[in-house]
Design a protein around this ligand. Sequence first.
Ligand SMILES: NC(=O)c1ccc[n+]([C@@H]2O[C@H](COP(=O)([O-])OP(=O)(O)OC[C@H]3O[C@@H](n4cnc5c(N)ncnc54)[C@H](O)[C@@H]3O)[C@@H](O)[C@H]2O)c1
Length: 100
Amino acid sequence: MNIAIVGTGYVGLVSGTCFAEMGVNVTCVDVDKHKIDNLNKGIIPIYEPGLEDMVQRNIKAERLHFTTNLTEVLNDVQVIFSAVGTPPDADGSADLKVCA
Ligand SMILES: NC(=O)c1ccc[n+]([C@@H]2O[C@H](COP(=O)([O-])OP(=O)(O)OC[C@H]3O[C@@H](n4cnc5c(N)ncnc54)[C@H](O)[C@@H]3O)[C@@H](O)[C@H]2O)c1
């Protein structure tokens, strides 16, 4: 199975890596090119014990991929998860503009 996770932060990176560890082919997508470039080198942007090894292992196994280009994977995935930030609006409701 091929999936994409849009937003490679705390939620997206950890979830995507765990899916890859379970044997799923995962593409993690983010708008932050610097973050994606580092992840493609196996360098993770957050402190999460054990995660960097797991990321590197799954990159090597070609089950975990990182890109800034969502459209390049759209035709190859069965499921897309959204894990982008949803900061609150002034009235406290979730700002979902980034998900549109
Ligand atoms: N971190 C938590 O413990 C937690 C718990 C419950 C719910 N959530 C929710 O999960 C979501 C993600 O949280 P997080 O902590 O991973 O946030 P985060 O800020 O760590 O990661 C969000 C990522 O999304 C990327 N992004 C923003 N807009 C994008 C776009 N249009 N396309 C692709 N990537 C984009 C950002 O560059 C960033 O890397 C939020 O809605 C948050 O409210 C988080």
